[in-house]
Design a protein around this ligand. Structure first.
Ligand SMILES: [Zn+2]
Length: 275
């Protein structure tokens, strides 16, 4: 098997990442839209503030509200399933690189990856849908104490169920996934450190520009991207000598007579290298 070059690997992973992020964003937007549509119906049915006062009680207690219970359960189930599919795809793409370098690839338990990253970031997937309910309740409560109309309320709720928020969630969770896969790959291959890579971002913010190129320990669980919502940063596997791992493998390939090393000088990370 021809050893995969680092640039090829990045391109491959980048493609999977972009496609997967879109897939998640579409799913989340669809699930939000579904809930918002029926929420609007529920609110309109309770058009009179007096009646809404009663309905508010229902909205405030998710455990007694079958609409919310069902939606939260379905949202959680579908999102987790989608994450697991994405993890399977992403990790198997990454495995291709390692296999091509003669390494025994890691066998992935996708459900375990989800649990591991939930634990690492201290937040559960279900928090997204339950958080949507909590924020909905808070918007309705504030509205209730004003003279604003029902259309005003619906307008205020809109961003919570909009495509922009869905895309933000997808971007953030996608980076959580890629970071977790990277962390577990490092554990599997005994790589001890990684370098912050901000180059996936079309626009690199100040936070990430500062982080770019910094080294972190594989065990520094709080350090991994994303640094902020909508962060697209990644992790570059780094050897104990501070050089990117691919440099080592490329060097190994060179020793075995592999071609193309000269085009991938050390420290060229950040995917600035072109084919
Ligand atoms: Zn970033």
């Amino acid at each position: 098997m021809i050893p995969m070059r680092e640039t090829q690997r990045r391109k491959l992973l980048q493609n999977v990442r972009v496609t997967s992020e879109k897939k998640i964003a579409i799913l989340v937007a669809r699930l939000f839209n579904q809930r918002f549509k029926s929420l609007k119906r529920e609110l309109r049915r309770a058009n009179l503030r007096k009646r809404l006062a009663k309905l508010q009680g229902v909205l405030l207690f998710q455990k007694t509200d079958p609409y919310w219970m069902e939606w939260i359960e379905n949202f959680n189930e579908q999102l987790t399933k989608s994450f697991e599919e994405v993890i399977a795809e992403y990790s198997s793409a990454d495995n291709e690189y390692w296999t091509s370098h003669g390494k025994e690839p890691k066998i992935w338990d996708t459900a375990e990856v989800v649990r591991a990253y939930e634990k690492r970031v201290g937040r559960l997937i279900v928090d997204i849908s339950e958080g949507t309910l909590t924020q909905t309740q808070s918007i309705i409560s504030s509205w209730f104490n004003t003279e604003k109309t029902l259309p005003d309320l619906i307008k205020e709720l809109e961003p919570l169920y909009g495509a922009t928020r869905a895309a933000l969630i997808a971007a953030t969770e996608m980076v959580n996934i890629t970071s977790e896969v990277a962390r577990e790959q490092m554990e599997h291959f005994g790589i001890n450190q990684w370098t912050w890579d901000a180059s996936n971002d079309a626009f690199t913010c100040e936070i990430c520009a500062d982080l770019h190129g910094q080294h972190f320990s594989v065990d520094d669980l709080d350090a991994y991207p994303p640094a902020h919502p909508n962060c697209h940063c990644g992790t570059l596997f780094t050897g104990d000598d501070g050089k990117e791992i691919y440099y080592k493998y490329a060097l190994g390939d060179l020793e075995k007579g592999g071609a193309g090393f000269g085009r991938y000088p050390a420290g060229s990370g950040g995917s600035k290298t072109t084919e």
